[in-house]
Design a protein around this ligand. Sequence first.
Ligand code: ARG
Length: 461
Amino acid sequence: NEGSLWGARFAEGPADALAALSKSTHFDWALAPYDIRASKAHARVLNRAGLLTDDDLVGMIDGLDRLASDVADGSFGPAETDEDVHGALERGLIERVGAELGGRLRAGRSRNDQVAALFRMWVRDGIRRVAVVTLDVVDALIAQAQAHPDAVMPGKTHLQAAQPVLLAHHLLAHAQPLLRDVDRLSDLDRRTAVSPYGSGALAGSSLGLDPAAVAADLGFDAPAENSIDATSSRDFAAEAAFVLALIAVDVSRLAEEVILWSTAEFGYVTLADAWSTGSSIMPQKKNPDVAELARGKSGRLIGNLTGLLATLKAQPLAYNRDLQEDKEPIFDSVAQLELLLPAVAGLVATLTFHEDRMAELAPAGFTLATDIAEWLVREGVPFRVAHEVAGASVRVAEERGVGLIDLDDETLQSINPALTPEVRSVLTVRGSIESRDAHGGTASVQVDRQRAKAQELSASL
Ligand code: ARG
């Protein structure tokens, strides 16, 4: 069992099936650059504590730098006998600087505080990359909103025609949750920026090493308050898994609409050729695969979140090997979003909207009925009565197979004397939209304001 980090008290090496089960180098190799960076920080505090001479420190840093470049160019990698990234890198260091010097680095640290610290470093970088591609989707939505300032569409609730809205208003309604998700990422980064280094296996270090110095060296805001907590808690990872899943879920809502909008029945949009796919049997097909994969990936990311939570549930303090299962779900969620979001941004940016079709459908289904009721309220009619009058107007128009605006003066009067011809001012899609001019509403003045603010926010994040 030569070379293992823990073989001395064992008479024989691990059984093959145990070694295979235990092994994590196929995924935790992603932590290698962080491991080496942290080892350099650790060497510096060992030196400051008088446990490594100045010459030894120089030799150690040089060895670690050479190891880092060999890892980066692939000339050093995990061997069949390596259990995890930490053991493999110690082997690599010893190969470069000898067992006497290389064997000094592990003093005062354990793989438990090490892996917790490295995973936090990886998560912080990973969520920053996801924030960038999430904002690309936001920017594509904002650009489409800006390109279509006047386009109207049927706003829906329950997927039924409700009230006309501006297309830009609707597109920005998909940008808002994604902006909040990016804010969530920076918020959870604050809690992730706490260093477990110096916690040792669980109880802390007796060697006079300075956890605050290592924390600062590695870009953390502070060292952890409690070594038992620091080595055993993964709430930072669960939080990341949640926000990553939420991004996928938020994107899936947009994706579902793009899928609907691109059907012949809706006819709102045409997908760009570069962002759609064909069928191997039906030559006429143009499929919204990007949007469907977005919808599908959301299920996968929800699975990563629930899987991680299940792994964490009921684990006693402190470190348990169960925690080795914490990394793959997070690595996967980040990797999937890095694949997905650039494609979604491309899909959104290249949608061709059919403004005429959306404008034609905007008033269909008597979507201006609420405007009659609210016009009557402005004329002093109680809303309960106004709602009935508007409902009666819909019934009459429906019976005659005409729109609300086509009801003649006499008919309006017969429905209710308060219904004077002036009501027609709100019975156009444009009139209805521009009348909703309170903060957050669909009037163009408000949508323009909202778009400018979202643009500013996206640029600041
Ligand atoms: N590879 C482990 C992990 O990912 C870290 C090693 C800790 N192992 C141990 N037996 N204490 O969590």
